[in-house]
Design a protein around this ligand. Structure first.
Ligand SMILES: [Zn+2]
Length: 282
């Protein structure tokens, strides 16, 4: 089994919104902002190749929203999902399964595209789409705080095209791909843990968007229930330390992966590296 980072492009978000109650004098030491207080973020997906099965975890923001919508997020960078798959010799047709951590637009927008007739269709014609039932219910009946992040055009076509598999518990979804569920950011966020050669890799999605979010108070303002995020992060750290997880970051522009260690201030990043460096791929 092999795993690969799939870069789909970058975007910018207000640093204050990304670090919640933490003052800028503190967060700017660990994550830079530009003169407009915007920080740059990756939308980095993960491809798991296991023989004929090719599982893509999250799909980036996609390309079907209006220029006005995209203008709010300052998209930039040369990477696209198709180009990144192509560099590895794959196309969207090869993807057998798409696992969505949650249904916020920057995680699932690439799942659905317009076809030549301007109809919304799955962007991966041969794939089954998986996410948690808790997240599906949350996204299809959104609360007022999250409704701007759940775009119906990203979500409902999956149901219409009968391509959807929902699960409601933590289990091994595929051999060596275990799905864990966390609340706080949104309900039923899926955190996949993938084991390759006995090393566990956790795809941290929006539980930990970046290495800068590892300290407990560094919680995004977007989180619906920060106290729950705190408790669920503790639960994650317990598993991570006991099982020596490597963390894989979807949004950290500067760090793809890290190991963890306990310091006097709490659990922090120990070493940072890319998957290609870890697996000694050129
Ligand atoms: Zn999110």
């Amino acid at each position: 089994m092999e795993i690969y980072a799939i870069e789909t492009g970058n975007f910018k978000l207000d640093g204050g919104a990304m670090f919640g109650v933490v003052p800028k004098v503190m967060w700017q030491k660990v994550y830079p902002a530009d003169e407009n207080n915007l920080c740059s973020w990756a939308m980095r997906c993960l491809l798991v190749v296991d023989g004929d099965r090719k599982v893509l975890i999250d799909t980036g923001v996609g390309n079907k929203q209006s220029d006005k919508f995209f203008g709010h997020y300052y998209l930039y960078g040369d990477s696209t999902l198709e180009k990144s798959l192509g560099k590895l010799g794959f196309s969207v047709d090869d993807i057998t399964d798409v696992l969505l951590t949650h249904l916020h637009f920057d995680h699932c927008g690439g799942s659905i595209k317009y076809n030549v007739n301007k109809e919304l269709v799955p962007a991966f014609p041969n794939a089954t789409f998986h996410t948690s039932k808790q997240q599906w219910d949350w996204a299809t009946k959104p609360n007022r705080r999250e409704s701007a992040s759940f775009l119906k055009e990203n979500i409902l076509p999956l149901l219409e095209h009968k391509k959807l598999h929902l699960f409601d518990n933590e289990h091994e979804l595929f051999p060596n791909i275990f799905v864990k569920l966390f609340n706080g950011h949104t309900d039923g966020q899926v955190i996949p843990v993938i084991t390759v050669n006995e090393q566990a890799f956790a795809f941290t999605a929006d539980l930990f968007p970046s290495t800068a979010h590892l300290p407990m108070p560094y919680i995004m303002s977007y989180d619906t229930r920060p106290l729950v995020t705190l408790e669920d992060r503790k639960r994650f750290f317990k598993d991570a330390m006991e099982n020596n997880y490597i963390l894989f970051f979807e949004h950290d522009l500067y760090n793809e992966c890290c190991t963890l260690h306990e310091t006097e201030k709490g659990i922090r990043a120990k070493n940072t590296f890319t998957l290609d460096e870890y697996f000694k791929r050129s």
